[in-house]
Design a protein around this ligand. Structure first.
Ligand code: FE2
Length: 192
């Protein structure tokens, strides 16, 4: 989707760890794109570019980056699906609840933002990409996140409920990637 990479670059700056992470997540989302419906693939990749824009200083309102990013996208008339995926990426709702921000998440109250192949693929892309864009095992990524945020952080307090949801999304996406899709060649070399 045109403009997502450019907007992310303008807001986050095209250097440093945050940008490397964003590029890595976009790359992983592109790899995972075959797991979602063809018409949703550009939305998935756009959401990957935009998922962390809420960290940009000018966007700080709630100081919860999934919401700040989603609000900015909604204010600027991005598709609701992109804004909703950003609001809910990596099971953000559990951290929102710990932070007392759950009421603000109701604006993005659609099952597609939390459930199904699209939401799974975005969480997969984020949770298998390290802080500087490197490919990373989801368990290592979560352990690193807990170390960085601290044992008393909202992320740590949400972890018990959030981690299984992240794990399941990553696992389902891997299974979908392993499963040959309708365009995959068969043993006879012709698409099924
Ligand atoms: Fe991220």
């Amino acid at each position: 989707m045109a403009g997502a990479r450019g907007l992310a670059g303008d807001l986050l700056g095209r250097r440093g760890a945050r940008w490397l992470h964003t590029e890595g997540v976009a790359r992983r989302a592109t790899e995972a794109a075959p797991t979602v419906d063809a018409h949703d693939r550009p939305l998935l990749v756009a959401a990957a570019w935009l998922h962390d824009i809420g960290y940009a200083d000018p966007l700080r309102r709630s100081t919860f980056h999934p919401l700040d990013g989603a609000w900015h996208l909604s204010d600027h008339h991005w598709p609701t699906l992109v804004a909703g995926l950003v609001a809910h990426h990596s099971a953000a709702r559990f951290v929102a609840a710990v932070r007392g921000l759950a009421p603000y998440m109701h604006r993005y109250d659609d099952r597609r933002f939390t459930t199904g192949s699209l939401a799974d693929a975005l969480t997969y892309a984020d949770q298998t990409t390290g802080p500087t864009g490197e490919e990373m095992d989801a368990e290592d990524r979560m352990a690193d996140m807990l170390r960085r945020h601290g044992s008393d952080s909202p992320n740590a307090r949400a972890h018990e409920l959030r981690a299984p949801v992240i794990r399941a999304a990553v696992q389902r996406t891997r299974q979908r990637l392993d499963r040959p899709g309708p365009d995959a060649p068969t043993a006879l070399g012709v698409p099924r």
